[in-house]
Design a protein. Structure first.
Lengths: 175, 359
């Protein structure tokens, strides 16, 4: 029998966190699949409501991550963040637009694992310990992996900037 | 201009608005019952951290403060009767080779069913106008036999103003018992609360796998025991693992050389702090480190637990030419690793042991 408060608790969980799970889903597999991933994630949360910890976000994103890996691996691999991002709004400063585009293109150039670590911290506001919980490794391991991902991002960005701004002197675009 | 900014900050600023396009909708009604809700799971204090947010990346060496770079032993240290105190080595290489000697002669602990590590993770948070130091303790149980689960127990130990100046600013702000962190968007409105009081224990169980990882490659306990005990062979093995993990894009030989030094420094931390590596492998790790270029040494470094050690620093270079100083703190008397600190984060190693008792 369902506990009377289970529905309320689940509704509160959904209300507080479905936007964050959606954001994660878009960043991993794109807009088209985001709603499905949110539904699948919260279905697991409903079935395992008792396993949801007091700070549910890392747990929920961990579930969403498994959903992506099990069902949408190809979409995750083929995802282009550049294509996902909407066209710049009129009035945006051109330099900032170019910079954001270069950053997204550099993220696209990375492997899915690196991109995942960088966006968990940069876009989803997770602390290292929480992000480590999402990907299922020790915090210190996560920090080392994040560090390596950052190095590769900087490298990819330098190559990206070399394409965007070919007039830049070689020393400056060197990582 | 973009060369002069932190990578994670660039990434945070490039966050596509489409991520926030979630439709407003009520919670779905799923068929079937939820698990019964155990009382007592609800209402516990939430453990909240926002470490590593680009907006809180303040350039503070946390938890580890340089006390004094004294050539003489501290005044309070007991005199050694009947023998001359040997001059302490003052080069990074000397410190590391001495640590290798101490480590190699350490008695091997008895193995058990689990490898258990205990650490304290410290982070300095920008709470708007001043900084607070938040501390979390983390105990991790790694199964040494297959089929086990990696179990982590963490607890928020609370937060307090980081320095005397921060304390004055905190008092002036009315001594709040909780703070709001700056959100990923750089605004406090999106930020999460950070309580000053300690939190409840949280248990995470990660089923399957050993939990051991070196350079992105999962390793079994047997593979860790079989790591090379010769520093050159260990280095070659780490490079082999790293190359297997792959690098994207074209790299110049110079870039690869720098990358490898950084990688070896990072992996040394993993080897010495997390993995149940035999004493001979740990000694080889110190000897391999001793051969790396660009290391600095700081004597009499005190960590947040008041332990004194010798700091071995390495400056990671950022794309903009700035650098991030990272430091291993080694106990010169035992050769054991005490702490690792980088910018606003510090990890203090408290214990690492084999255990037969289940978590």
């Amino acid at each position: 029998m369902t506990h009377p408060s289970a529905h309320e608790r689940f509704a509160a969980l959904f209300g507080r966190h479905h936007r964050q799970v959606y954001a994660y889903a878009v960043s991993r597999a794109g807009r088209d699949l985001a709603d499905d991933i949110v539904s699948d994630t919260f279905l697991v949360a409903w079935r395992r409501l008792d396993a949801v910890p007091d700070d549910p976000l890392p747990w929920l994103l961990g579930v969403a991550r498994k959903v992506v890996l099990e069902r949408h691996r190809d979409a995750a691999r083929q995802l282009s963040l550049v294509a996902q991002a909407s066209a710049p709004v009129e009035g945006d400063v051109a330099v900032a637009v170019a910079e954001r585009a270069a950053t997204l293109a550099a993220l696209d150039a990375l492997g899915t694992a690196d991109r995942e670590l960088l966006t968990l911290v940069g876009w989803h506001g997770l602390a290292a310990r929480e992000a480590a919980q999402v990907v299922g490794c020790a915090t210190a391991t996560f920090l080392v992996r994040l560090h390596r991902a950052r190095r590769r991002f900087e490298h990819a960005l330098a190559e990206q900037s070399a394409v965007v701004a070919p007039s830049r002197p070689a020393e400056e675009i060197r990582r | 201009m973009n060369r002069h900014r932190h990578a994670l900050q660039l990434i945070a600023e490039a966050r596509p608005a489409v991520l926030d396009d979630a439709p407003d909708r009520p919670a779905p009604l799923f068929p079937g019952p939820a698990e019964p809700v155990r009382p007592g799971r609800i209402g516990g204090r939430r453990l909240i951290l926002a470490g590593l947010l680009p907006t809180v990346a303040v350039a503070l060496a946390v938890g580890v403060a340089v006390v004094v770079s004294a050539p003489n032993p501290p005044a309070g240290s007991p005199p050694t009767a009947g023998s001359t105190v040997p001059a302490r080595p003052v080069t990074a290489r000397g410190v590391l080779l001495a640590a290798a000697e101490k480590t190699a002669t350490a008695t091997a602990p008895a193995a058990g069913a689990y490898w258990v590590t205990e650490a304290e993770l410290d982070h300095v948070y920008d709470v708007g106008g001043y900084h607070v130091l938040g501390r979390t303790e983390e105990q991790t149980w790694y199964p040494l036999r297959s089929g086990g689960h990696v179990v982590s127990v963490t607890r928020w130990l609370g937060a307090a103003p980081a320095t005397d100046a921060d304390k004055a600013a905190w008092l002036a702000a009315g001594s709040p018992a909780r703070w709001t962190l700056t959100g990923p968007d750089g605004k406090q409105s999106g930020g999460r609360p950070l309580p000053a009081a300690p939190g409840a224990r949280e248990v995470t169980v990660e089923p399957g796998g050993s939990g051991f990882d070196l350079g992105g490659t999962p390793l079994t306990y047997a593979q860790i025991r079989a790591l090379p005990t010769d520093p050159d062979k260990l280095k070659a093995r780490l490079i082999e693992l790293d190359d297997a993990a792959g690098r994207d894009g074209a790299w110049t030989p110079d870039q690869i050389a720098t990358w490898r030094v950084e990688m070896l420094f990072s992996q040394s931390w993993t080897l010495l702090s997390q993995l149940p590596a035999p004493a001979a492998v740990r000694a080889a790790t110190y000897r391999m480190l001793a051969g790396l270029p660009g290391l600095t040494v700081t004597e009499n470094v005190r960590d947040a637990k008041g332990r004194t050690g010798t700091g071995i620093g390495y400056a990671y270079r950022n794309a903009d030419g700035s650098s991030v100083e990272t430091r291993l703190v080694i106990d010169p008397d035992t050769g054991s690793l005490l702490a690792y600190d980088q910018k606003s984060d510090a990890t203090l190693l408290l214990d690492a042991r084999f255990s037969d008792a289940a978590p």
